[in-house]
Write a protein that binds this ligand. Structure first.
Ligand SMILES: CC(C)(COP(=O)(O)OP(=O)(O)OC[C@H]1O[C@@H](n2cnc3c(N)ncnc32)[C@H](O)[C@@H]1OP(=O)(O)O)[C@@H](O)C(=O)NCCC(=O)NCCS
Length: 180
């Protein structure tokens, strides 16, 4: 894909607390306020890595969260796996190569951290996103019912049912620890 020139002006960096309100857009994602606050706390504790894309003069136009697996899994002899979620780019900025750039940066960071595999879930009714992940080297490994719940900004439990494909990609490392 040809990357639009403006994409190179976008800074992909770690989320700071002051960015949290911008993740709610114009209210579309206010219901995820607690979820975002919890993700921020986990990042403070080193259990996740939260990326945002900041376009100078515009603000936050994209986000990609990575959940790092727990020490417990590692102690059990399992592989180190990172899980990508809450990945979105604001509509006017889509299909220009920004999302791909964000994934590349998140994956390179996982490689630096010594991770072996990166996983994600994509809704079965989102073939466009699935196509992007396939292009990025992810393959479907299982089918998930996609049932989960969260507490919204008003303190109410909300249930979500979104059948999904679980996809994964093996991260390749070179001797100097950089991606290839
Ligand atoms: C998925 C998403 C984060 C990718 O960011 P992006 O900046 O558009 O990504 P890129 O420009 O690098 O890649 C473009 C590809 O993303 C996919 N894509 C584009 N628009 C999309 C949309 N509205 N929804 C889902 N995927 C989309 C397509 O495969 C597209 O390829 P194409 O342009 O050849 O059709 C972004 O499109 C988005 O926010 N979509 C809506 C939310 C979503 O579906 N998130 C993923 C949940 S698993």
């Amino acid at each position: 894909m040809e990357v639009a020139t403006w994409v190179y002006a976008v800074k992909i960096r770690l989320l700071v607390k002051a960015d949290l309100p911008a993740l709610e857009w114009e209210g579309e994602y206010t219901h995820f306020r607690r979820l975002y606050a919890d993700a921020y706390e986990r990042a403070q504790g080193g259990r996740s890595v939260l990326w945002v894309a900041e376009y100078p003069e515009v603000g936050i136009i994209g986000q990609l969260f990575v959940q790092l697996n727990t020490e417990w899994t590692e102690m059990m002899g399992g592989e180190k796996r990172g899980y990508i979620y809450a990945f979105r780019v604001r509509p006017p900025y889509r299909s220009s190569g920004l999302g791909t750039r964000m994934m590349d940066i998140a994956e390179a960071d996982l490689i630096r951290r010594g991770y072996d595999v990166v996983t994600l879930n994509v809704a079965k009714n989102n073939p466009k996103a699935q196509q992007l992940y396939e292009r990025q080297g992810y393959t479907v490994v299982s089918s998930e019912p996609g049932r989960w719940s969260y507490i919204d900004d008003k303190g109410m439990w909300q249930s979500v049912e979104e059948p999904a494909w679980h996809m994964e990609k093996r991260l390749y490392k070179t001797l100097n620890g950089q991606g290839d």
